[in-house]
Write a protein that binds this ligand. Structure first.
Ligand code: MN
Length: 379
């Protein structure tokens, strides 16, 4: 029985992971669950899965949960996430939103626990210290992001063989084909209307600006130790090819499947084995009629180049880019700024930034706070 701690159990990835655990309750048990604000959903999950520890967003919610479940260890807030990450378990699924995933992941790795990583911001901001700590502790970092799960699968059985390129696929988001002019007036509702994937609101906006793909380039660089200039984004609107790897002999290996996050989640949880899944099979006679690939429009979707620039500069730049992006996406979702304010302000924050140390979780979190303040100030 594999003991799973799910950080962010009421979100999109978390609930799908619990579906998998429910269907495979001879293989997995959920020993820890966390939420930020959906405490009623968490309580329902607790009744079904009987975790021994949980973490909620604030002290009031913690008191409420304690009253109903006196035998459960209840934590709250950012400190609580770090405490629960120390619990006895076999794998931590990190499906938190944004940089809040960094500190608990760092703690879980310190405890020697394997990580199923759905939170790309952990590697975008802390790639150097996280991968170093994984090596030191012998911890496996198993990607849940569909593209990175694909790349991981393409590389398996090819250990030590020289990679020429990673071909990172992208759906292109809801605004594929738009001009800069057309992007000017887009609404929150339009930006949240993703054509292929149903996800949380932050990552859906990132897909609309294509910052999500920029973050994924950085994530891939750290996971697979491939320089960013050898990672090529391929817009593939059908989302069937989840990514590909080209080796030194120009042979390309791809991983394909229907766009369903349960596939990469179940592989990460059950690695190195695959789980049976009752979902639909991929029918090439249907989907194969149209599998297309195009270059991303980097002039319209400026976030792509900003991300390449950030990882090229390295050090504190990806942290600052990410912090500004998180702040601006939240402001856009709250209706406070325009869609194009997101890339334009990130660019300004990066221009103003002077390189500084980002060698510890504390330094990274301080830089994150500073970049958010700068983003607000510039608007
Ligand atoms: Mn992805």
């Amino acid at each position: 029985m594999k003991k799973v701690l799910i950080l962010g159990s009421t979100g999109s990835i978390g609930t799908q992971a619990l579906d998998i655990i429910r269907e495979n309750n001879d293989k997995f048990c959920a020993v820890g669950l966390t939420c930020r604000s959906r405490v009623e959903n968490l309580i329902a999950q607790m009744k079904e899965f009987n975790p021994s520890a949980v973490c909620v967003g604030n002290a009031d919610d913690a008191a409420k949960v304690r009253a109903e479940f006196p035998e459960v260890q209840v934590y709250y807030g950012d400190e609580g996430l770090i405490e629960i990450a120390k619990m006895d378990c076999d794998i931590v699924l990190n499906s938190l939103m944004g940089i809040s995933g960094l500190a608990p992941t760092y703690t879980a790795i310190s405890m020697g626990c394997d990580i199923a990583l759905a939170n790309k911001e952990t590697l975008v901001t802390g790639g150097a210290i996280i991968t170093e700590l994984c090596r030191e502790k012998g911890v496996k970092l198993l990607p849940v992001d569909s593209e990175h799960s694909a790349i991981f699968q393409c590389l398996e059985g090819n250990k030590g063989r020289a990679v020429k390129r990673i071909l990172l696929t992208a759906s292109g988001g809801p605004f594929r084909g738009y001009s800069l002019d057309q992007l000017k007036g887009v609404s929150v509702e339009q930006a949240l209307n993703h054509p292929k994937w149903s996800m949380g609101s932050k990552i859906t906006i990132d897909s609309a600006t294509m910052m999500n793909k920029g973050l994924e380039v950085i994530e891939a660089k750290w996971l697979f130790d491939v320089p960013a200039e050898n990672i090529d984004i391929h817009v593939h609107p059908q989302s069937i090819v989840h990514s590909m790897v080209e080796f030194c002999d120009t042979s390309v290996i791809a991983q394909l499947g229907l766009p369903d996050m349960r596939i990469p989640i179940s592989l990460a949880l059950n690695y190195p084995n695959r789980l049976n899944y009752s979902g639909e099979s991929l029918d090439f006679f249907t989907v194969g009629k149209e599998l297309t690939f195009e270059k991303p429009d980097r002039k319209v979707f400026k976030c792509i180049d900003l991300a390449y620039q950030a990882i090229k500069e390295g050090g504190s730049y990806p942290v600052v880019m990410n912090g500004a992006n998180e702040e601006l996406v939240a402001m856009f979702l709250a209706g406070k700024i325009e869609f194009l304010d997101i890339p334009n302000t990130i660019e300004k924050v990066m221009e103003k930034h002077k390189p500084s140390k980002a060698n510890s979780v504390e330094e990274i979190l301080a830089l994150d706070a500073e970049s958010r303040r700068m983003a607000r100030e510039l608007l």
